[in-house]
Design a protein around this ligand. Structure first.
Ligand code: FES
Ligand code: FES
Length: 867
């Protein structure tokens, strides 16, 4: 018998579990501590770390019998100042990394209750965070250490104190309410003192549900803590498509605000009837009806207990911005953070009868030719065409079984050529040119305009690289399929799963359960099909399907490479007269869609009765995919932007945070600095020359320069308005370059943003900072490589390194409050500006213009050598 102390209890495991890595033993239902996570299984990410006799260890490789009778502590048991500091600071986004960070920090603070910031960073360096939450984590811990340097002072600008007033009731209804007009589908009063808001959007670590709760509480005049939000459950929540494009507050927030205004109005009308007082004389305080002469206690829940529903068919007045007491205020704590640090909270943690793993071919293009292997019960082997998977009641046995089956599988290549990480000239020549007219790609003739100033910029394939490999739970019962997954679009996925299994969509139910941050379209949908395929073979049993780290790296859809060619002509005054921007790329959008001709789920192509994926076609709407933010924020006499579409990517590509905006803005902002140099004008002044038409952008530019204290030194800036109509962000980056090692280090980022009306300032800062940090990681370190088989070569975190704690800059952010404006979305606004700012800072520091990402030491040396 293996015995050890786990937190404050004793644990006994059978000797047979001796080889089982501790993380699987802890997560076994007999022990049931789900806080250590399996992020990689290779001592590379830190998600599994626990304390053994006070020392942090990687529980993914430590055999259970090596623990002896020592004391194991996990984040679940560490109810300490460290965990409280991190949770109370909402020092996370998706939270998948949080338990490991709690453990690593706890070990440090036990040794030294007042560690220096450098010691904190060093202790956290083995912990990966993909969401870019590092600055918040460090600030929270530095504050706990007592140096006071950790505080991120609330940084609000007084900008935007313009006209405020009630949103008029002659405005069109938000489209989501037109699609789902029943009030009861959005707002309910389920029990005294509680309000339930329903949304089809899902929280992917961006704090969305908190912001929606703030909106509802504000509009209803109830306490924020009274509101719960149910999200992403087919048949229960409104169908709002996919959570994407930083639109959730703009769309679902607008719908819930209006639905709340309706609920408030209807309930006040009921109160008016009951009290015999005009509704206009009544007010609401935390759900209680007040007014002159109101002597009886009456609240929403008294009034709603006979049911509350209506067809929302026109807009009613919403609360004027100057009356807001919750929207835009600091201090709204996220409800999901504490559970993520202390308990089962992710789709990976859902209890299951069987644990499943896929057995993948070497690449997308390989097919199964032979599999001679016996799998004894209770193991299960599932083979459907070239889709191979196993299942076992014990999770670690499932891992071992998958390895054994993988060793027995033989595959043949379908003959795809090896792939290159960038878009070669031969492919660019074959691209379809689609010149933009009024922002819309057209099939007009493309006539390249020669310009004296020209530059070419590229980025490679990028990974989403979720910290937790994709996971889903599925169960078949009596011809019905139930799935829990981290999909961002449970309604479209339901339709497509129904199609794959030849069933009615009404017999498929999907519920969103939090997963690790995905940053666009990662494997979260694909794994749902994998889980359903396995569950079909074992009806009535609950199957938890989890990918390995290698599966995730090799088979998630990749962020596509981009190739941007920019040209310009300066007039006699040094202003840009002509601007050309040609952007080449593969599709950024291959999400599942019920109306798509193909099925865009990974395993569908491998089935014995396969479903081909949809052949990508160029998106022709404004600001989609490749041409997102290809139109510059600046105004020039002549602007020519052309999208060049490549239909045939031999690997799957799809939406990665910002889509084309990152590459396009990186190119635009780099080129603006190159032209400023040619014109002999300072970079900020040169931008102002071309931004006179856009006072809000100028205000953002002023704010970031004030925050940073100017551009002197090794600093650069970038600015863009996401999709040219959402949040406007400017970033100043300061770098230090180690000339001998050719290593770039980003020391500081200063961010200013106008994201319209700010609902939750801390949530907005979290998103702006996280996406800027992620962009720095892309720009400095990341590139997918391919092997001779055309398969992804980077299959772990060593071969695909991302930014670590020791490499993360200090970040400060200022928000420009615009209460008169609609909310504009913050989650992707900084990826482009941060990329441009970084390239410009590197030029300021070294005189080297790096136009190809990532800016690795090798790249820097090549640029220095003129290669
Ligand atoms: S380090 Fe153990 S799971 Fe990543
Ligand atoms: S918050 Fe760290 S990985 Fe998501």
């Amino acid at each position: 018998m293996i015995r050890f102390r786990l937190n404050d209890r004793s644990v006994e495991l059978p000797d047979a579990a001796g080889e089982t890595p501790l993380v699987y033993a802890l997560r076994d239902p007999r022990v049931g501590d789900m806080t250590p996570k399996v992020g990689c299984g290779q001592e590379q990410c830190g998600a599994c770390r626990v304390l053994v006799d006070g020392a942090p260890v990687y529980s993914c490789t430590l055999p259970s019998d090596a623990v002896g009778d020592r004391h194991v502590e996990t984040a679940a048991g560490l109810d300490t100042p460290v965990r409280r500091a991190l949770v109370e600071a909402d020092a996370t986004q998706c939270g998948f990394c949080l338990p490991g960070i709690v453990v690593a920090a706890e070990a440090l603070f036990r040794e030294d209750p007042s560690p220096e910031p450098a010691a904190i960073v060093q202790a956290l360096d083995p912990q990966l965070c993909r969401c870019g939450s590092h600055p918040r984590v460090v600030r929270a811990l530095v504050a706990l250490a007592g140096s006071g340097l950790g505080e991120a002072p609330p940084t609000w600008s007084a900008a935007g104190q313009g006209a405020r007033g009630a949103r008029p009731d002659d405005r069109p209804l938000p489209p989501a309410l037109v699609a789902t007009p029943s009030l009861a589908r959005w707002i309910r009063f389920p029990e005294p003192g509680r309000v339930l808001a329903l949304t089809g959007k899902v929280d992917v670590g961006q704090g969305l549900l908190t912001a929606l709760a703030v909106i509802v509480a504000e509009e209803l005049d109830v306490g924020f803590e009274r509101v719960s939000v149910l999200s992403g459950h087919t048949g229960h929540t409104p169908d709002e498509g996919v959570t994407a494009s930083s639109l959730s507050i703009e769309t679902s927030g607008a719908a819930l605000r209006q639905a709340s205004a309706w609920a408030r109005k209807l309930l006040l009308e009921r109160a008016s009837e009951r009290l015999g007082a005009p509704a206009t004389d009544l007010a609401v305080r935390d759900g209680e009806i007040t007014g002159p002469g109101v002597n009886e206690r009456l609240d929403y829940w008294d009034l709603a207990n006979e049911g509350l529903d209506a067809e929302i068919d026109h807009s009613v007045s919403e609360k004027p911005a100057q009356s807001h007491t919750l929207v835009g205020r600091e201090g709204h704590r996220r409800a999901d953070v504490a559970p993520k640090a202390t308990a089962a909270a992710f789709v990976h943690d859902v209890p299951a009868d069987l644990h499943a793993r896929p057995v993948r071919p070497p690449s997308l293009h390989h097919r199964l030719t032979g599999l001679e292997v016996e799998v004894d019960a209770p193991g299960v082997l599932i083979v459907d065409g070239s889709f191979v998977a196993i299942a076992h009641p014990d999770e670690y046995e499932a891992v071992r079984l998958a390895e054994r089956v993988a060793g027995a599988a033989r595959w043949r290549s379908a003959g795809e050529a090896p792939w290159t990480p960038r878009i070669e000239a031969s492919r660019r020549r074959a691209a379809e040119a689609l010149p933009l007219r009024d922002g819309v790609p057209t099939r007009a003739e493309w006539r390249p305009t020669p310009t004296p100033h020209r530059a070419r910029y590229t980025r490679p394939f990028l990974m989403h690289g979720s910290l937790g490999p994709s996971a889903a739970m599925a169960r078949w019962t009596a011809e019905r399929l139930y799935v829990e997954c981290a999909s961002r679009g449970v309604e479209p996925l339901r339709q497509v799963l129904a199609r794959v299994f030849g069933m009615d969509a009404a017999d498929v139910e999907l519920r969103h359960v939090p997963g690790p941050g995905g940053y666009g379209h990662n494997g979260a949908d694909d794994v749902a099909l994998d889980a359903a395929l396995v569950a079909r073979a074992v009806p009535g049993r609950t199957v938890s399907m989890k990918w390995s780290r290698e599966d995730e790296h090799a088979f998630e859809p990749l962020g596509p490479p981009m190739h941007m060619e920019l040209g310009a002509d300066l007039d006699a005054d040094g202003r840009i007269a002509t601007w050309t921007h040609d952007v080449y790329g593969y599709t950024h959008v291959t999400r599942v869609h019920p109306q798509a001709p193909g099925v865009d789920l990974l395993a569908a192509r491998w089935l014995a009765q396969p479903f081909a994926p949809t052949r990508p076609r160029p998106a022709l709407a404004p600001e989609v995919g490749i041409h997102r933010n290809a139109l510059p924020i600046y105004r020039f006499a002549d602007t020519q932007v052309t999208k060049h579409f490549l239909p045939d990517a031999p690997v799957r590509t799809s939406a990665l945070r910002g889509l084309g905006a990152q590459g396009n803005v990186f190119a635009i902002e780099s080129f603006m600095d190159e032209l400023a140099l040619a014109a002999g004008v300072a970079p900020d002044a040169f931008r102002r020359l071309h931004l006179a038409h856009d006072p809000r952008a100028l205000a953002v530019l002023d704010a970031v320069l004030e925050l940073a204290g100017g551009l002197d030194g090794p600093r650069g800036m970038g600015i863009a308005r996401y999709k040219n109509r959402q949040g406007c962000a400017a970033v100043v980056a300061e770098v230090a370059v180690d000339e001998e090692r050719a290593e770039i280090r980003v020391e500081h980022l200063w961010i200013a943003a106008d994201v319209g009306r700010v609902i939750d300032p801390d949530g907005s800062r979290n998103q702006l900072e996280g996406s800027a940090v992620q962009a720095v990681s892309w720009c400095l370190k990341e590139a997918v490589e391919f092997d001779e088989r055309g398969a992804v070569a980077n299959r772990d975190w060593e071969s695909y390194p991302i930014l670590r704690f020791s490499e993360v800059p200090q970040v400060r952010t200022v928000l420009l409050d615009r209460p008169e404006s609609e909310p504009l979305g913050a989650g992707e606004a900084t990826v482009g500006p941060a990329s441009g700012a970084l390239a410009n800072a590197v030029f300021a520091a070294t005189g080297l213009r790096v136009r190809d990402l990532p800016m690795t030491p090798d790249r820097l040396r090549r640029v220095a050598a003129g290669l």
